[in-house]
Design a protein around this ligand. Structure first.
Ligand code: SF4
Ligand code: SF4
Length: 244
């Protein structure tokens, strides 16, 4: 593949001769820059199937590398190293070690889904980013990301009560990730809510926070969801070759 994104050239692969003359022409410094060739010996041909086995990754095989996802990406606009197209490419050809070099930023997808709407092949790049973050965690390459902690807190509350109560979700998420509850942006948001929310809604939120009400008849739904989750997790772990 031709390299057309400068961010993909790792600085440590660049070689520059400080003093070089060829056929009497001084090509020292910048003029002698070349990219060191690499021999890759650790292809992992299973990655594509593994990522495809996780929720969101199902259609990764459809990608034709047009780059529309990266071009439209919210995070790429502020950090050029966040490159969904490139990671999909690495997964599809099995370049695991190259992929792992970016493991600390892959989870930073903000799920805006701009890429999903831009993709001409219905790959669902946002889903692929989620499945990739999940894959990294299941394989032990990374700790759980803040986004995964949030998903678990959110899903845990829905699972327990059949309802969503934002205040409890935020508190549980902050507690899990070691963040102080008093944060500037949260205070600004709370003040606006107090100013603009109807009183009835505020009272309902207060009651929800204090008494944690459940959806009526939720027990049966929860049992069915629990069964489904257990099946899904077992299937995912089997696809990734994980035993325990
Ligand atoms: S969903 Fe994620 S990958 Fe897609 S455009 Fe938004 S931030 Fe980028
Ligand atoms: S927009 Fe779709 S087809 Fe194009 S590179 Fe991204 S995932 Fe692949």
């Amino acid at each position: 593949m031709p390299i057309h994104e400068k961010t993909l050239i790792r600085p440590e692969n660049l070689r520059v001769q400080e003093s070089l003359e060829i056929d009497g022409v001084d090509v020292s410094g910048h003029w002698s820059t070349f990219i060191e060739s690499r021999a890759i010996t650790d292809y992992n041909e299973a990655i594509e199937d593994e990522v495809a086995a996780l929720p969101g990754g199902e259609y990764i095989h459809r990608c034709w590398q047009c780059g529309s996802c990266t071009n439209s990406c919210t995070v790429n606009a502020i950090n050029a190293e966040f490159n969904p197209r490139h990671w999909i490419y690495l997964v599809r050809i099995g370049m695991e070690s190259e992929l792992l070099r970016d493991k600390e930023i892959i989870w930073q997808c903000v799920s805006c889904n701009k890429c999903t709407y831009a993709c001409p092949r219905d790959v669902n790049p946002e889903g692929v980013m989620k499945s990739l973050a999940h894959w990294l965690e299941l394989k032990g390459h990374t700790e759980k990301s803040p986004a995964q902690h949030f998903d678990e807190v959110f899903a845990g509350q829905v699972f327990a009560t059949g309802k969503i109560e934002e205040g409890r979700i935020i508190r549980a998420f902050f507690a899990r990730t070691g963040q102080a509850l008093r944060q500037d942006w949260l205070m600004v948001m709370a003040k606006r809510l107090v100013r603009h929310l109807p009183l009835k809604m505020m009272i309902a939120m207060g009651i929800g926070t204090m008494f944690q009400p459940k959806t009526r008849g939720w027990g049966r739904a929860r049992a069915a969801i629990a069964e489904h989750i257990a099946e899904q997790k077992a299937r995912e772990r089997k696809a990734l070759g994980l035993t325990d």
